[in-house]
Design a protein. Structure first.
Length: 384
């Protein structure tokens, strides 16, 4: 088949981009012809640096060579950028050049393509505290009704099939989009974590947190949890840029005010080898983001031999831990409860090892090959 895969840009090193790259590889493996449709031209050298060795599509269709995605915090630029992406989808569908159109970034435009993968629908942003970085609450209250009306119209004209990343997100999509979706877990490259971390355990920090320094990650909860976890040391590792400065200032202020300066460290933009080293020295992985779509870092931590402690919401709890307290990890509702669970795991090494051994096996359920087999199967069923 001649298949077009649409993704606004692969120049951003995120989970959605990793999924798009794995989708390209999965369909090439099945001998399909693959064209990549993007707003901005892909910098394949940077993509390879971010994701390692990858399979390239036969063709790429793009609108500009400029890296506009670097400036999406500007509302005017972001609006024009994603309207351009919407136009690309409409044109690609109208031209009928492809046997199948697959949109791997369906968060903003949930329709038009034959298959759309939705990581988190923007229509749910306001109620689930995930307002996009290029907006703010007052602006979103004004824009959201207009945006919702446009998207509902497209849903009626050309709905297509929806895929999503967790059972939790399936319910969110049903609630906010009033549409059914099929769960296809995203690809997680568990091998480096299991081979370089779990098999080479070292002494070091107790609790590790991996999250970008952005408001929706709710990292301000970490110092508060550290205050309740009397015997643990914490390391936060995350991507940071100029837009992260307010979050970093707030974190440093709270760490000082809560008197946990000697037990909470902040690391920014760490290289992959450093991340692996910290994982190999950690006993517990703390995930504080509520209503997270899936939680790739949770799976990576489990493959490393860490016991996850996650907020009792979203994909980390419903899909990764399977709503089973104490089997593959633990969930919490309050900072005090999280602190108590961490102290319990630090004190009871036998319990921690027992849960970690089950978590490592569980992590393999989400590995990359499982995703590639599943996405290829779905594509071929839809096209049949």
């Amino acid at each position: 088949m001649n298949i077009a895969i649409a993704h606004h840009s692969l120049n951003i090193p995120g989970g959605a981009e990793r999924l798009c790259i794995a989708t390209i590889e999965a369909l090439l493996r099945k001998n399909h012809e693959v064209t990549l449709i993007t707003v901005e031209k892909t910098d394949w050298q940077t993509v390879t640096k971010n994701f390692g060795e990858i399979k390239l599509p036969e063709r790429e269709v793009y609108l500009t060579t400029s890296k506009i995605s670097k400036h999406l915090s500007n509302v005017s630029i972001a609006s024009a950028y994603f309207m351009s992406y919407l136009a690309q989808l409409l044109i690609s569908r109208g031209q009928k050049k492809y046997d199948l159109l697959l949109n791997t970034f369906g968060d903003i435009v949930n329709s038009i393509a034959d298959i759309t993968y939705v990581h988190f629908p923007l229509r749910a942003a306001g109620q689930l505290s995930q307002i996009p970085a290029f907006s703010n609450k007052p602006m979103w209250r004004f824009v959201a009704p207009l945006y919702g009306k446009l998207m509902r119209g497209l849903d009626l004209v050309s709905p297509g099939i929806l895929l999503t990343n967790s059972k939790f997100m399936r319910e969110v999509i049903k609630r906010f989009l009033n549409r059914n979706s099929l769960v296809v877990y995203p690809p997680v490259d568990v091998e480096p974590f299991s081979s370089k971390c779990y098999k080479n355990r070292k002494n070091g920090c107790t609790v590790v947190v991996v999250a970008s320094y952005t408001p929706k990650r709710h990292l301000e909860q970490v110092p508060l949890i550290a205050k309740h976890a009397k015997s643990a040391r914490f390391v936060i590792m995350g991507k940071a840029d100029k837009y992260s400065l307010p979050i970093l200032r707030r974190l440093k202020k709270e760490i000082k005010e809560l008197d946990v300066e000697n037990r909470v460290s902040l690391l920014q933009n760490v290289p992959f080898n450093k991340l692996l080293d910290v994982f190999s020295r950690s006993e517990v992985y703390l995930h504080v983001m509520p209503f997270d779509h899936f939680g790739i870092s949770v799976v990576e931590a489990m493959a490393s031999g860490c016991v996850p402690v996650v907020h009792r919401s979203g994909g980390p709890w419903s899909d990764i831990l399977g709503c089973q307290q104490g089997r593959y990890g633990y969930s919490y509702d309050t900072a005090e409860e999280a602190g108590e669970l961490i102290d319990m795991l630090v004190a009871d090494e036998n319990l921690r090892i027992e849960i970690a051994s089950r978590a490592i096996v569980r992590a393999k359920k989400f590995e990359k090959n499982a995703f590639m087999n599943r996405i290829a199967e779905v594509v071929e069923k839809v096209a049949a």
